[in-house]
Design a protein around this ligand. Structure first.
Ligand code: PBG
Length: 429
């Protein structure tokens, strides 16, 4: 198991590995203080040099002299040799000769070397910060998801367990489950969502049996179970019914908690669902189960690949009457106040990278932990850019995750969780 805290350096991720505290060693060159016999100091006056035993390696051999003898020798003018002051590096021919700018502050000084950059790095990232979203289905095989290279609908009894084991090997102990529900089980009221024998509760029980230490997050919303593909119950005039949907979500959350979910995550954006779910969980004896609220979830086109993965596209219309308008900033605080007062334990912002300002706003205005969801479209764009050799996939991946942390996210839901954790652990596969 690799160490869990990593401080990324400025040029991610190659130097990041080099600066892992387990592997970083200063070079001997910096420590050497005896010049080789044919290199004479150009600045120091010629003096008698103390006899030293011959060095067999880069590190000089001790003379056996006492501290007092060493001091006396130096005081008497017998100064031991050390490497000369290095020559001033040459600029290329044609470089203009100019007086140096009279600057009292040159911020580049603090970025001069990998060690300095690592020392002053303000944000770090660790596999412990990741929550790995996993798609599951009833089948035995793992089905690739076309728009999300590297992601699969995993067989809940086989592929899923292997994927979770791989993630745990590199320090990712948190996952969030998204089910692909058979069409035959979808209804307008999404009742399969709270079937105790349904795919999600069954999978939670299996995972908790095999990996008691993992943290299981669940998605609370009706869309994978709804024949309309909406997060709530749809009235005949197309209106998404709020309070009736919340009633269903409470049953869904309790079924997930009963199966062993650690964190239930309402992603539906109905009003009042956090408080109602808290009451329902408490009434059923699940006071210990956390609620991660999708506090600021925007009606985003970045969810496209996810909806393909789960075949959960809305059958008509869009989600704009419940998810937030991407143009809005202040409105996020309305949702924050509701979720805080209703008892949310974690506040989530979604999508991630295009909404860094929202993450920062919430970080500055709430003491609760913040989650960011780097959604399917963000993942797919980085993957596509990498496959087309337009960007360096691994570096852009690590930079995007670090930036979400810098903006204020404590945890990040990301399809890159396994790949990024391997990278942080110095593995490449
Ligand atoms: C649905 C849900 C969605 C995502 C997570 N939960 C899609 C949606 O709201 O339509 C999207 C995640 C992603 O795009 O990676 N409740």
């Amino acid at each position: 198991m690799a160490s869990t805290i990593f401080n990324a350096s400025s040029s991610l991720p190659a130097t990041l590995k080099g600066l892992d505290c387990n592997t970083y060693k200063p070079t001997l060159g910096n420590l050497r203080f005896i010049a080789s016999p044919n290199k004479k100091s150009i600045t120091a006056p010629k003096r008698r040099v103390l006899p030293l035993a011959k060095a067999t390696s880069d590190v000089p051999v001790k003379t056996g002299l006492s501290d007092a003898e060493c001091e006396a020798a130096v005081a008497a003018g017998n100064v031991p040799e050390a490497p000369p002051v290095p020559p001033t590096p040459l600029a290329p021919a044609g470089t203009p000769v100019v007086p140096s700018l009279p600057l009292s502050r040159r911020p580049r000084r603090n970025r001069r070397s990998p060690a300095l950059r690592a020392a002053f790095q303000e944000t770090s990232i660790s596999p412990a910060n990741f929550v790995y979203p996993l798609f599951i289905h009833e089948g035995e095989e793992d089905t690739p998801i076309g728009a999300m290279p590297g992601c699969y609908r995993l067989g809940w009894r086989h592929g899923l367990l292997e994927e979770v084991a791989k993630a745990r090997d590199v320090g990712v102990n948190s996952i969030v489950l998204f089910p692909k529900v058979p069409d035959a089980l979808k209804t307008p009221t999404g009742d399969e969502a709270y079937n105790e024998h349904g795919l999600v509760p069954r999978t939670i029980r299996l995972l908790k049996d095999k990996f008691p230490g993992i943290v299981i997050y669940t998605d609370v919303a009706l869309d994978p179970y709804s024949s309309d593909g909406h997060d709530g119950i749809v009235r005949e005039d197309g209106v998404i019914m709020n309070d009736e949907t919340v009633h269903q979500l409470c049953k869904q959350a309790v079924a997930q908690a009963r199966a062993g979910a650690d964190v239930v995550s309402p992603s539906d954006m109905m009003d009042g669902r956090v408080g109602a779910i808290r009451d329902a969980l408490d009434d059923a004896g699940f006071q210990h189960v956390l609620i991660m609220s999708y506090t600021a979830k925007y009606a985003s086109s970045f969810y496209g690949p996810f909806r393909e993965a789960l075949d959960s596209n809305p059958r008509f219309g869009d989600k704009k009457t419940y998810q937030m308008n991407p143009a809005n900033y202040r409105e996020a605080m309305v949702e924050v106040h509701e979720d805080e007062s209703e008892g949310a334990d974690i506040l989530l912002v979604k999508p991630g990278l295009p909404y860094l300002d929202i993450i920062r706003q919430i970080r500055d205005n709430s003491a609760l932990p913040i989650a960011a969801y780097q959604v399917s479209g963000e993942y797919s764009m980085i993957k596509a850019g990498g496959m087309l050799k337009m960007i360096d996939e691994e570096k852009v991946m690590m930079e995007s995750l670090l930036c979400l942390r810098r903006a204020g996210a404590d945890i990040i839901l990301t399809y890159f969780a396994l790949q990024a954790a391997r990278c942080l652990c110095g593995e490449k596969r």
